[in-house]
Each structure stands twice: as C-alpha cells, then as structure tokens.
Design a protein around this ligand. Structure first.
Ligand SMILES: [Zn+2]
Length: 116
C-alpha cells in the first residue's frame, strides 16, 4: 500500500524520498511536467535507456479509458446529460487531466520495473 501512495506522489522508486518531477506542469500555462534525470536523494537514474518512457503511453491509454468510462457513467447515467454533452465533457475532462495523466503514467511505468 505504501508503494501505491509513493507511486501516486511520484516519489523515486528506489528510495521513496526524492521527487521525480521538478515541475508539475500546467495546461493553462502550456507547461508540461519536467522530470529530474536522477533522484536528488539516492542518484537513481529515472530514464534507464533512451525511450524507456515510451511504454508509459500504454499506461496513459488505460488511464484515459478508465477516466472516460467513469465520466460517461457519471454524466450520462447519473446526471442524465445528452450524448453530445457527454462527449464534450469527456473530451474536456481528458484535456484538463492531461498533465496529471502524463505524470502518473510515467510513475506507474517506472514502479512496474524498479520498485521493490
Ligand atoms: Zn531516490
């Protein structure tokens, strides 16, 4: 359980103390999250090889699918909006969560390989 909390907080998978991101990113300011190359506490290298985080794209796909399904259930079946409104709200939600999804998917990806 502690691993999941550290993963969601984007802590280093090796020491669980250092941060993975220097900047969280802000969609409204057109800033993407900035990642440290190594951990400030234990000097663990985050990107082990070029293209290591390519696989995080698949985690992002799973996250977006889950968020869209949750959004559709909420907006259509609970709040009773029309299909076009549901589609627009789902797209808006995904765009607003894009920096969050990017950070969390990279964190999930690195924890899948380098967490004890
Ligand atoms: Zn560390």
């Amino acid at each position: 359980m502690a691993n999941v909390i550290d993963m969601l907080k984007c802590k280093c998978p090796n020491c669980k103390k250092g941060k993975m991101y220097s900047e969280l990113g802000n969609l409204l300011m057109f800033r993407s999250p900035k990642m440290y190359t190594t951990c400030s506490e234990c000097h663990f290298k985050f990107e082990k090889e070029p293209g290591f985080f390519f696989g995080a794209m698949f985690v992002t796909y799973a996250l977006i699918s889950a968020e869209m399904i949750a959004g559709m259930v909420l907006f259509k079946f609970i709040l009773g909006f029309s299909y076009i409104t549901v589609a627009l709200l789902a797209i808006t939600t995904i765009v607003l969560l894009s920096t969050f999804n990017l950070r969390i998917s990279r964190s999930i990806w690195i924890y899948m390989f380098y967490s004890d």
